[in-house]
Ligand binder design. Sequence first.
Ligand code: AHG
Ligand code: MN
Ligand code: MN
Length: 311
Amino acid sequence: MAESAYPDLDGFLTGRVPEELRAILTGFAAASATLRDSLAMAPLLGLLGSTGETNVQNETTAKLDDVANSIFRDALQLPGVARLISEEEAEPVELGDGRYTVCFDPLDGSSNIGVASVGSVLGVYEGLPAAPADNAPATGRALVASAFTVYGLPSILVVATRDSVDGFAFNPEERSWRLAFPSIRLPEAQYTSINWTYRDRWPANVARGVEQASDGLRGRYSGSMVEDILRVLLAGGVFLYPEDSASPGGKLRMLYEICPIGFVMESAGGAASNGSGSVLDVPVTAPHQRGALVAGAASAVARYSEAYLAG
Ligand code: AHG
Ligand code: MN
Ligand code: MN
């Protein structure tokens, strides 16, 4: 089959990244394949709906948030991993000695469960002194790799290192992730992704920034960050989730949403800012710290930042 033209993830990573990092990335990919099965069967397995509980962020937990968290938590307890930080775990899970802090959003876009695409996000940090805290802040500059999955048809896994961003499509027959979108560079911007229904909540400088960044672009917003970010990578555009009066510090979380996506964007020739500077330079002092994210075409991000800083 012509498929041999499409290397699988493990072969692709061999020799490109250290062994332990390769195992983390392939572990994330394998866990994504497992979660994909649960998502595909969810309506027939009673897996839609909520658990009736709330997580540490005070958000209702979907049954599939729990399923996804177990899958990734189990798959990522690997050699070289010092701790896991998950959206669905109140505290970091300490594992012992290791170079890497592995952060993940097991299921991104929970409001789309059963009706549209959802995904998963991974950030692999090296050299953090300890779990993020006031006396030991982390930044996204400690990332050595990040990845995200979008569970659609096709299901796509994007893997970023400092040198390259590459997209893999899932082959369900052989259960492999194969390189289908090599060396992704951001195309010219076409689309703007933002929840416009919050416009009355935006401070004036955010509203002007959104207007400037979106100038000449067409709107697409899915409610799953990963899906909108995939569109930015493959079709071109900008994704914005700024602070607003309901979420004054922003809604998305730094360690397992904003920084991994910022790392993808900078590696693919784009930009990711909170309006004041790169999201990768923001000090993170708590595992579930939130922030603002404007990510995509460097020109659109620059237009946002200029208006944002002008006040
Ligand atoms: P999660 O499902 O992990 O909590 O993340 C949802 C995030 C993100 O995927 C999406 O872009 C955003 O929340 C949607 O929020 P709004 O419904 O406020 O637009
Ligand atoms: Mn999320
Ligand atoms: Mn989530």
